[in-house]
Design a protein around this ligand. Structure first.
Ligand SMILES: [Zn+2]
Length: 1082
């Protein structure tokens, strides 16, 4: 390290916050210290630090200060002591374990100007016997404090502790020895000589101890500080493993392993050694410990695909236990996704934070929305950062909710959230507790030296594969942190828009790579880079909006990179499919005489669609102009036309049956109307919403809809929580300055404004002359495009509609399906769901009719009685003092529909609302490929409107080596489909012209794209559709298809010689509710 150092001494101050310092330390060790068992350097910089050897290999972490995380001692290696001198480097970082909060309140915004004083830098010979006596006494005291007073062990510990106090007079060596001997009355004679063998013996353990270190990938500190935390914490654990052979350490989040690999390669090698020795256990199988409310279904799949792939490539293993102890509620889609990602077990604990109801189970079968189950353990210790105290061990049993079916618990111990992990004192404490266990029945027996997977295997075996355990159906809703669906609007938008953009990139790039394999290679590496950024930002304190402002600067930057790279990737792929084409915008300059068919709409969804598009008129041919049925009010160089499945069609506009129009009385009354629906704004509020065809008023009698604002003052966790009392303070906001800005016939719009406090909310409300979808009878939707300058604090902005519709439940989209939640407060469980997470839609329906609110970037909804609401903006002040201040653009839509939600086209409309058509201008003639892609979708689903095609991508393990550009046996396409309404389906999937002749084999795989036996799908020929696949779905089932392609010429010769790796079927979909699903064993 070629750097200039200046002398430093105790008392020196280092800062400001987040700055790093390197301290070069040389120590001279007196020769006569050879006699001592241990020599250590105690270094306390008041903040976090890392010790490196002079070659830059990380040795261990330091946590200064006086919290329970304190770890300031570095044991001088014996070789150095023999040599008499030792040199090392300390890198300190001016932040504490929990960042640098103002006034020490954990969630206060950071103090950016904090300085830390170096309080110790001493070479020390610790008195090891005294150190052990400290832990002897500490364990005795915990026994006294935690056990009931009428137990013999508690009494014995009390007597012994008292005797130790009486014996420890001068504190000299002989006193200490005698005191330690007294402690053996409780721990057993010579217990310490056994070392880690103390855990041997035939005690049936009830508490399974596993070391863990929860490192929030960003929270009260930014990502780059986490990278250091990972290295510090894990180096420390490896050091502990060497001293305590029973120590096992589990750690999740492939992203953290990847950072370690890139930034601290020698330490990564040491971790890898311990992973291979089965002492350091990767768990979770995911990229980060993600939020599980808001990521899309596909994003949750990718969390596992990227996570499991990293663990397989680097350690040759896949995780078996999914691990989300700290995520703010868990979607009912998870059991199926966990099983599909090669895992069987799930560990969590956050629901112990519920602020209304106590979750009733500890070990249970979690049954997802599709009926798939996983074995779940929610530790009765109620924490993933246990201190391994006697109280924790007691709680493992006394707080277990279903002891009748299982009496084992996982003790996940070690400092965390900001990293650290187990300390030596915890391992010492556990040895003493087990020593006590060995001859006492008053403490639950604890074991060590096992993995989390082994704990679950034991649980599985001891409960007849889970059959003895209770079941929990559906989502694990966290009755807390309900504000996180809304906090930090820009991050929510970044997430949704990135997910959709990457879906489109993969779709178009896949088709381009197949259509023109000689000139275009699927950009797998670049797509993966984008995905890694999106997956990283889904971390459970980033996407929920509960991190400090610095984190959002980083997250916004990552989303901006994804947007830029994603747009250039999709543009490159479009250039392959449609050479020389450009994305059409009102500013595009058309060449003279541009014709109708030179403007195309590329549809990345599987749904037929009809919509209004904007066309520049300068350069348009007479034919193109016939398609334009309306000229823009503000810019007469731009017109509106109807695009039908991506094709401009003049005849539809001419024969229009849904003329949209806008009326005003010139002052305070505005109406948007077509022949399907009509919306009235009177005196600034939505006073009427009518289904014109049914003459049905949808707004409840005497009520009005529109924007509404609530006081939002949670009890403590500001960015996290919105509390039930906010509902008591609604203020209805009135639209003002309303004007008609488009009169129809294709689009009618009014522009409105709301001034509230220091904020300005502009909303453009539009109605188009098309149905929400192409389903016959589909009503039109009202689109709300908001442009907000938000300057409030502790206010919650929502949009609401009080409806003339009654149902005890409302529907909200979740990953790969929906979830129903109550609209009433019958029980405390119902009451708790006063603010909930939804994805692209929320719906209130009754027999015959319903209404949905669609969202393109918001995730918070509620339905209180008949009032359906979408949550738009919050304004918390901690841990980010500036949360959501400034400009926001977002949209939502109001979609009435004939028929109940289950018969409706709401999920389809919501899908389209989130997936804009790619309208492109092709200046020249189309080549054959362009023509084919213009007119034919690549996959068509028939016979099952409830089956959705979510993803088209190239196979994860395809060979993208640019030197081999031909389509060969390694060319695969992955198509992921799911059933969206919760019922069975038999779908016919037609394979489009673009590769129909080349698909030689189709198999159903798991989410990781592993082939399984007997899952080959026959390719059938159907007269009007060509090659088709017949697929059966159960409700909410997610199906992954792998299509293997070959060049037409080589199909026959290669077909028979295929050797594709198969995995044996996992024991999947074990169903505890009887025979509805098939039980299969390994
Ligand atoms: Zn966390």
């Amino acid at each position: 390290m070629e750097q200039k150092f200046k002398p430093a001494k105790k008392g020196d101050s280092f800062g400001p916050s987040w700055v790093g310092f390197q301290i070069h330390v040389s120590v001279t060790i007196p020769e006569y210290w050879e006699q001592y068992e241990r020599v250590q350097f105690e270094f306390d910089p008041g903040c976090e630090a890392m010790i490196y050897d002079v070659d830059g290999t990380p040795l261990q972490g330091i946590t200064g200060g006086f919290g329970g995380d304190r770890r300031v001692e570095y044991i001088i290696p014996m070789e150095a002591r023999m040599k008499g001198t030792h040199e090392f480097i300390i890198e300190s970082s001016c932040n504490g374990m929990f960042g640098v909060p103002w006034n020490g309140d954990t969630i206060a915004p950071p103090d950016m100007n904090r300085y830390f004083a170096l309080s110790s830098a001493d070479l020390v010979v610790p008195n090891q016997e005294a150190w052990h006596l400290l832990w002897d006494f500490s364990t005795l005291r915990e026994i006294i404090d935690s056990l009931p007073g009428n137990s013999s062990l508690q009494n014995k510990a009390l007597v012994v502790a008292n005797e130790i106090m009486n014996t420890f007079r001068s504190g000299d060596a002989s006193d200490i020895r005698r005191c330690r001997k007294l402690a053996e009355t409780v721990f057993g004679e010579n217990w310490q000589d056994k070392g880690e063998a103390i855990y041997e013996g035939d005690k049936q353990a009830q508490i399974w101890g596993i070391g863990h270190c929860h490192i929030d990938t960003a929270w009260l500190w930014p990502y780059r500080v986490t990278q250091q935390k990972v290295a510090r914490s894990w180096a420390t654990q490896i050091d502990l493993m060497e001293r305590y052979p029973e120590h096992r350490f589990s750690c999740s989040q492939a992203q953290q392993y990847k950072w370690l690999k890139e930034l601290y390669p020698p330490l990564f090698d040491r971790v890898k050694e311990q992973v291979l020795a089965r002492k350091f256990h990767p768990v979770g199988g995911s990229w980060v410990e993600n939020d599980s409310n808001m990521p899309s279904g596909e994003a949750l799949v990718r969390q596992f695909v990227f996570g499991q792939k990293f663990f397989m490539e680097n350690f040759g293993i896949r995780c078996e236990t999914a691990w989300l102890p700290d995520s703010f509620g868990l979607t009912g889609a998870y059991p199926q996704l966990i099983r599909g990602a090669g895992m069987k077990y799930f560990f969590t604990q956050k629901l112990s934070w519920n602020n209304i109801n106590v979750f009733p189970h500890s070990s249970f079968n979690w049954v997802g929305i599709d009926g798939t189950q996983v074995l779940c353990h929610m530790t009765p210790v109620d924490t993933y950062t246990a201190q391994a105290s006697v109280g924790d061990i007691q709680k493992g049993l006394t707080n277990h909710k279903n002891l009748e079916s299982s009496d084992t618990s996982l003790l996940v111990f070690g400092n965390g959230d900001g990293g650290g992990g187990p300390l030596a004192k915890m391992l010492e404490n556990l040895r003493r507790i087990r020593a006590t266990n060995n001859h006492s029945r008053d403490l639950p027996p604890i074991n060590m030296g096992h993995s989390v997977d082994e704990f679950f295997e034991h649980l599985m075996e001891s409960t007849a594969a889970g059959k003895k355990l209770p079941n929990w159906h559906g989502e694990l809703y966290l009755e807390f942190h309900r504000g996180t669906y809304t906090s930090h609007g820009s991050i929510k938008k970044g997430n949704r828009h990135s997910e959709i953009l990457l879906r489109d990139v993969e779709h178009v790039a896949t088709l381009a790579s197949i259509a023109k394999s000689t000139e275009y290679t699927y950009p797998k590496g670049k797509i993966d880079e984008c995905w890694e950024k999106v997956l990283l930002n889904q971390f459970h304190d980033v996407l929920p909006g509960s991190a400090i402002g610095m984190v959002y600067e980083d997250a916004e930057k990552l989303y901006a990179e994804v947007a830029k790279d994603g747009k250039s990737l999709i543009e490159e792929a479009f250039q392959v499919l449609f050479p020389n084409s450009v994305l059409l915008s009102p500013e595009t300059r058309l060449q003279p005489n541009t014709s109708l068919n030179q403007i195309i709409g590329y549809n990345t969804t599987f749904l037929d669609r009809r919509e209004i598009v904007k066309i520049p008129l300068d350069g348009a041919s007479a034919g193109l102009k016939t398609a334009v049925a309306q000229v823009d009010n503000n810019n007469n160089e731009v017109g509106y036309a109807i695009m039908d499945n991506g094709v401009l069609d003049a005849s539809i506009a001419n024969g229009l049956d849904l003329h949209a129009s806008a009326y005003t009385n010139g002052s305070n009354h505005f109406v948007l109307r077509n022949s399907s629906v009509q919306l009235t704004i009177s005196n600034g509020r939505i006073t009427s919403l009518i289904d014109v065809q049914l003459h049905r008023e949808l707004i409840a009698d005497g009520a009005t809809g529109g924007l509404v604002i609530f006081e939002d003052r949670p009890n403590y966790w500001d960015a996290w929580d919105v509390e039930i009392h906010h509902l008591e303070t609604p203020t209805a906001l009135e639209f003002t300055n309303i004007s008609v800005v488009a009169h129809g016939p294709l689009r009618a719009s009014v522009q409105a404004q709301v001034k509230y406090g220091k904020s300005t909310i502009k909303v453009l409300i539009s109605l188009d002359a098309v149905g929400a979808t192409v389903k016959p009878g589909s009503r039109s939707m009202f689109r709300f495009d908001a442009d907000v300058d938000w300057r409030e604090r502790h206010q919650f902005l929502k949009f609401e509609l009080p409806l003339n519709i009654h149902n005890d439940n409302a529907y909200y989209e979740t990953q790969f399906g929906y979830v129903q939640r109550p609209t009433h407060k019958n029980t405390t469980w119902d009451m708790a769901k006063f603010e909930v997470c939804g994805h692209k839609y929320a719906d209130l329906s009754e027999y015959g009719y319903g209404l949905a609110i669609l969202s393109e970037s918001k995730y918070g909804f509620s339905c209180q009685g008949n009032i359906l609401r979408i949550s738009l903006l919050r304004a918390a002040t901690a841990p980010d003092a500036e949360q959501d201040q400034g400009e926001h653009q977002f949209s939502w839509a109001v979609m009435p529909h004939k028929g109940h939600f289950l018969e409706s086209d709401v999920p389809m409309a919501a899908y389209l609302f989130n997936s804009p058509l790619h309208v492109r201008y092709l200046p020249g003639d189309k080549d054959a490929i362009a023509a084919s892609f213009t007119n034919h979708p690549s996959f068509v689903i028939r016979g099952a409107p409830n089956v959705f095609l979510e993803t088209i991508k190239r196979g994860e393990y395809d060979d993208f080596d640019t030197s081999s550009s031909n389509v060969d046996s390694s060319t695969t396409i992955i198509a992921r489909l799911y059933e969206a309404f919760g019922g069975h389906a038999r779908a016919t999937v037609a394979i489009g012209d673009h590769f129909s002749g080349r698909v030689v084999r189709v198999v159903v795989t798991n989410l990781l794209e592993d082939e399984e036996e007997d899952e080959e799908v026959q390719i059938l020929d159907e007269n009007d559709l060509g090659p088709v696949l017949k697929l059966d779905f159960r409700g909410f089932e997610v199906k992954t298809l792998k299509l293997t392609l070959q060049e037409k010429a080589s199909i026959r010769t290669q077909q028979t010689s295929q050797k594709i790796k198969k995995v044996t079927r996992r024991s999947s979909w074990v169903d505890i509710d009887g025979s509805r699903l098939v039980t299969r064993e390994d």
